[in-house]
Structure formats: structure tokens, C-alpha cells
Design a protein around this ligand. Structure first.
Ligand SMILES: O=C(COP(=O)(O)O)NO
Ligand SMILES: [Ca+2]
Ligand code: NA
Ligand SMILES: [Zn+2]
Length: 307
């Protein structure tokens, strides 16, 4: 059924595991993810960004998610990822989403609180849960000195005040991750002391980890081998994700690993089958790769299989 993440996160928190939040843009991506969830009997969060709504049109994504629920009977959350303003959050609440993120992290603290409260009020009245964000995800570690970079991370004391004043249901925290395939220049590192402190100060409160793709080497190598060029791509080691899942993190966002699984497989298929031109062949190969990757994440990283 279509569900909110309320119970999902409570169970995840108590069970010391996390639920996967996978970005969706088309049929094959959704099918790959949902097939994996079915095989592992896992709850799923299918998240739609503003870009996905523009690419596929809201109605197609909504109907595809409805189809996934009808086809599998899994508990599935339809979530808006990185809602930039009240309007898009409202549109998704009105559109039947069960969860929305209002990403006010680029605003000053008080503005972030104000816009988040506005979304919480509208969403809660309609039984929809809200994710917000405090702190800025680090950009690529270019010439930003560590101290400056740390300054953009989530402040634990502010997090407590933010949650109390907004009534938000979950909070995305910045502890060193960033979006995309180039997360670290040097050794991957997350600020677990900070995560520990936030977890202790907000016991039982669900935290969300963005920018959590591992940037799986097998797909990076395959992309580069079959005509791609993504040198130096690097993500979050799976051991770190497991550690975070055992703490207050209940939702782990994965988009880049989906993109790499699809892209690596399509490149490989086309390179190995030059005379093939049936989209079902190469999109099917991408779908299979996504399914296997998501199964691996559910079983070996998130721990939400059979939950
Ligand atoms: O946070 C994410 C995805 O992050 P990745 O780029 O690491 O998959 N979406 O909101
Ligand atoms: Ca943000
Ligand atoms: Na957890
Ligand atoms: Zn994100």
C-alpha cells in the first residue's frame, strides 16, 4: 500500500537499520527498485525530484508508483525529494504524495524554520509527513579549508531547536556527504562524532542521510571501459552507511548508484551488441543491473530486508 514513513522510521530506529530512498525518473528504474524490494520483502521510499517531475511529468510517475504498489503489495512511500519552496510541496501533497521534503538549508536558520513550519502545517493537516534539512552538504573538497567545511555541517544544538520549533518528522543532516559521483577528493570521511551527538540529543528522532551513494567501483570501471569518462568518481564506503544506519539515520538516499548501474549496463550492452537496436534489450539490461544493485543495498547495507 501507499504509506507514510512514520511507522517505517519507528521500526528502523528500534531495529537499528535504515530504509532506502531511491530516486525514480522512468519505468525501468522504478521496476528495478521495486522488483528488488519484492524479492527482499523490504519497505521502499520512491522519491521524486523536481527534475524528475519535469522529465517524466507528475502523472506518469504517480501512475507508475501506483502500478508498483498494485503489482507488489509492498509498503511504499511516495516522497518529494528536495522541495525548494512551499508551492511544490503543496502541489505534491495535493497530488497524493505521502511524504515531502522542504529543503530550506540554503536559507538562514530563522527562514528555514519559517518555511518548514509552513509546509509542516499544510502537510500534517492532510496526513502527510515532512522531511527538512539543516546544514549544507559539502561540495567537492576543493580549496575549502576543513574548518570552513565543518561550519556548513549540522549544528547539534540548532538541530534540537529546529525540530522543536517546526514539528518536522525527520531531519536531513550534513556530516560530510555530498550529491553526485565526486564526493571526496581524498579519503572518504564522515563526521560520526557529530552524528553521535545529534542522535543523543534527539533520541528516537529519524535522521536522513543525503548524498549516500557509494559510487560502486564496478559500475565506474564499466562506464570507463565502454566509452564513458568519470575518472576519480568516489562515494561513501558501505561500512560507513551501515554505521550510520545503526545510529539515528533511518533513511538513506541513493540516486547516483542507480544512475551508474543503469549507465554502465547500457554502455556495456551496446558495446557488446553493436547490431542490436531494440530499446527493451539495453533498457532491460539497465533494469536488471538496478535490481541487483538495490537488492545488494537492501541486504548488505540498509538491513531492511524482511522488515
Ligand atoms: O541525496 C540524494 C542522492 O545522493 P547521491 O547522489 O549520493 O545518490 N538525493 O536526494
Ligand atoms: Ca539543501
Ligand atoms: Na537507524
Ligand atoms: Zn539529496
Amino acid at each position: 500500500p501507499l504509506v507514510t514513513s512514520k511507522e517505517m522510521f519507528q521500526k528502523a530506529y528500534e531495529g537499528g537499520y535504515a530504509v532506502g530512498a531511491f530516486n525514480v525518473n522512468n519505468m525501468e528504474i522504478i521496476q528495478g527498485i521495486v522488483e528488488a524490494g519484492k524479492e527482499e520483502n523490504a519497505p521502499l521510499i520512491l522519491q521524486v525530484s523536481a527534475g524528475a517531475r519535469k522529465y517524466a511529468k507528475p502523472v506518469y510517475l504517480r501512475k507508475l508508483v501506483e502500478a508498483a504498489i498494485e503489482d507488489t503489495g509492498l509498503p511504499i512511500v511516495l516522497h518529494l525529494d528536495h522541495g525548494e519552496n512551499f508551492e511544490i510541496c503543496k502541489a505534491c501533497v495535493d497530488d497524493g504524495f505521502t511524504s515531502v521534503m522542504i529543503d530550506g538549508s540554503k536559507h538562514p536558520f530563522e527562514e528555514n524554520i519559517a518555511i518548514t513550519k509552513q509546509v509542516v502545517e499544510y502537510a500534517h493537516e492532510r496526513g502527510v509527513v515532512v522531511e527538512a534539512e539543516l546544514g549544507k552538504l559539502a561540495g567537492i573538497e576543493d580549496n575549502v579549508k576543513v574548518t570552513e567545511r565543518e561550519a556548513t555541517f549540522t549544528d547539534p544544538d540548532q538541530a534540537v531547536e529546529f525540530v522543536e520549533r517546526t514539528g518536522v518528522d525527520s531531519l536531513a543532516v550534513a556530516i560530510g556527504t555530498s550529491h553526485g559521483a565526486y564526493k571526496f577528493k581524498g579519503e572518504p570521511k564522515l563526521d560520526f562524532e557529530r552524528l553521535e551527538k545529534i542522535t543523543k540529543m534527539l533520541p528516537g528522532f529519524p535522521l536522513v542521510l543525503h548524498g549516500a551513494s557509494t559510487v560502486l567501483p564496478e559500475f565506474v570501471e564499466s562506464c570507463n571501459k565502454y566509452g564513458g569518462s568519470i575518472p576519480g568518481a568516489k562515494g561513501v564506503p558501505e561500512e560507513m552507511l551501515k554505521k550510520a544506519a545503526g545510529m539515528g539515520v533511518c533513511k538513506i538516499n541513493i540516486d547516483t548508484d542507480l544512475r551508474l548501474a543503469m549507465t554502465a549496463s547500457v554502455r556495456k550492452y551496446l558495446a557488446e551488441n553493436p547490431s542490436e537496436f531494440d530499446p527493451r534489450k539495453y533498457l532491460g539490461a539497465g533494469r536488471d543491473a538496478i535490481k541487483e544493485m538495490v537488492r545488494h543495498k537492501i541486504k548488505n547495507v540498509l538491513g531492511c530486508n524482511g522488515k
